[in-house]
Design a protein around this ligand. Structure first.
Ligand code: AMP
Length: 206
């Protein structure tokens, strides 16, 4: 199963990618997570990526595509994968297309107002990497593993607005996947379980 999850920040791509990867035993490839890991390790790549991420801008394609090329060489990608947060423009989509034959590109749609509401309450678990939400925490800790949570720097309200403005998925990416006959769209629901059911209807047919 080779899929990409598309959608605005906060649409639930990360949460759904975690659920899909657990159910189908697939690697979860999040370019955002790879950048954040590099930032916390203080690598050169992390330093370069951070400049863009702090402004809510996209990291340049040369950096982003090179981490994807490296990641796809890992043996765990042989039986499939779930991309989350990649591709974000047509150039990235075309480069990915040259490397692998995707089964599906699935858009998780969500209105802007709901995105701001969700992102400002999003928290990340330090232990399992699970994106979670202020309302889901149990005693202030991750509801899944009990780990400490933190707020991503780019989930501050001003950066959220910049990300929504600067990072709208271009229509040409959607058209590219429609032309290939692999595009699907669902609308994110209020619960991750319901949203997963919608996604799984698509995945079961692959
Ligand atoms: P995410 O965790 O997917 O929301 O990504 C966090 C940030 O990492 C984004 O706001 C971008 O600055 C950067 N980023 C992640 N994926 C990409 C990508 N495919 N292309 C360019 N920048 C990216």
């Amino acid at each position: 199963m080779k899929i990409v999850l598309l959608g605005p920040p906060g649409s639930g791509k990360g949460t759904q990618a975690h659920i899909i990867c657990e159910k189908y035993s697939l690697p979860h490839i999040s370019t955002g997570d790879i950048f954040r890991a590099n930032i916390s390790q203080g690598t050169e790549l992390g330093k370069r990526a951070k400049e863009y991420m702090d402004q809510g801008s996209l990291v340049p394609d040369d950096l982003t595509i090179s981490i994807v090329v490296d990641r796809l060489k890992q043996p765990d990608c042989e039986k499939g994968f779930v991309f989350d947060g990649f591709p974000r423009n047509l150039n990235q989509a075309k480069k990915l297309d040259k490397m692998v034959a995707l089964d599906k590109a699935i858009m998780i749609h969500l209105d802007d107002e709901e995105i701001i509401n969700r992102l400002s309450k999003r928290r990340m678990c330090k232990k399992c990497g699970n994106p979670t939400h202020l309302d889901w925490l149990v005693d202030g800790k991750c509801e899944k593993c009990g780990g400490e949570v933190y707020q991503r720097d780019d989930d501050a309200e001003a950066t959220i607005k910049a990300r929504l403005e600067k990072q709208k998925l271009p229509q040409d990416v959607i058209d590219f996947y429609k032309q290939k006959g692999i595009y699907e769209q669902i609308t994110s629901t209020d619960t991750k379980e319901e949203t997963f059911k919608l996604l799984d209807e698509i995945l079961k047919k692959i």
